[in-house]
Design a protein around this ligand. Structure first.
Ligand SMILES: Nc1nc2c(ncn2[C@@H]2O[C@H](COP(=O)(O)OP(=O)(O)OP(=O)(O)O)[C@@H](O)[C@H]2O)c(=O)[nH]1
Ligand SMILES: [Mg+2]
Length: 221
């Protein structure tokens, strides 16, 4: 009973700060994506590949969440992105408070889109609103096609699911139609994109999706 009360208070406080973040993002007219997946699904690779395609066209900021190291931030900086690394020091997810702390160091006004790469984990980040516009989940073909039903929360919460590493499909027992069908059962209407961040297949549809979302956000602000 006491544990439940504490968890609820933590969630309520997180939601309060997330609402402030959302207001700051709306005032700046910037689109914010919260990218969630297991370790190694390809979040940073997707960002690298995205930056290679839109770097000159849009102003991109990246907030990198990791338990330790600046490795992912170094990777996206090498592709021209500016941003900030957050190290959680053991924590398995980013929180709205962590995002609020770094917002002062980011030039939101001149950005078109902020990508937040969450800590690699399919469970913990799913219930922590950061103030983002879009919560998105990546699942890669190497993780097994049983995952949406085994870890349903993030697939229910996300409004975009990316099925990554399609270049490996021919080598794996991964029924991508089954996965897409199960996501649809968990979250009817969830948009699903299939791509290979490494090889580039399907990247055009993802970039078009970003362009459309930015236009939508700017239209609303
Ligand atoms: N074959 C293939 N490999 C990929 C693809 N995308 C990523 N990888 C590889 O998967 C590994 C992990 O990729 P990352 O982008 O570091 O994964 P991540 O989700 O950022 O990992 P964490 O930040 O640790 O959670 C790397 O060796 C990538 O080269 C893909 O589309 N196809
Ligand atoms: Mg990464």
């Amino acid at each position: 009973m006491i544990k439940v009360d504490v968890e609820k208070r933590i969630q309520d406080e997180n939601d309060r700060i997330a609402a402030q973040n959302r207001k700051a993002f709306a005032e700046a007219g910037v689109l914010v994506l919260n990218i969630i997946s297991s370790p190694g699904s390809g979040k940073t690779t997707l960002l690298e590949s995205t930056l290679d395609r839109i770097g000159g066209e849009m102003n991109v900021l990246v907030i990198e969440g990791d338990v330790s190291t600046e490795r992912d931030m170094d990777r996206v900086r090498a592709r021209g992105a500016e941003g900030i690394q957050i190290n959680t020091g053991g924590g398995c997810h980013l929180s709205a408070g962590m995002i609020a702390e770094v917002l002062g160091g980011l030039d939101l006004e001149s950005a078109d889109v902020v990508f937040i790469e969450n800590v690699g984990n399919l469970i913990c980040p799913s219930t922590y609103d950061l103030g983002e516009d879009v919560r998105m989940v990546l699942l890669s073909t190497t993780e097994g096609d049983d995952k949406p039903m085994k870890y349903p929360a993030i697939f229910v919460e996300a409004s975009l699911a990316i099925l990554n590493k399609t270049d490996l499909l021919e080598h794996l027992q991964f029924d991508i139609e089954k996965v897409a069908g199960e996501i649809e059962v968990l979250n009817p209407g969830c948009q699903i994109l299939r791509l290979s961040a490494l090889r580039g297949d399907g990247m055009d549809a993802w970039i078009d999706w970003i362009r459309a979302k930015i236009a939508e956000k700017k239209g609303n602000s």
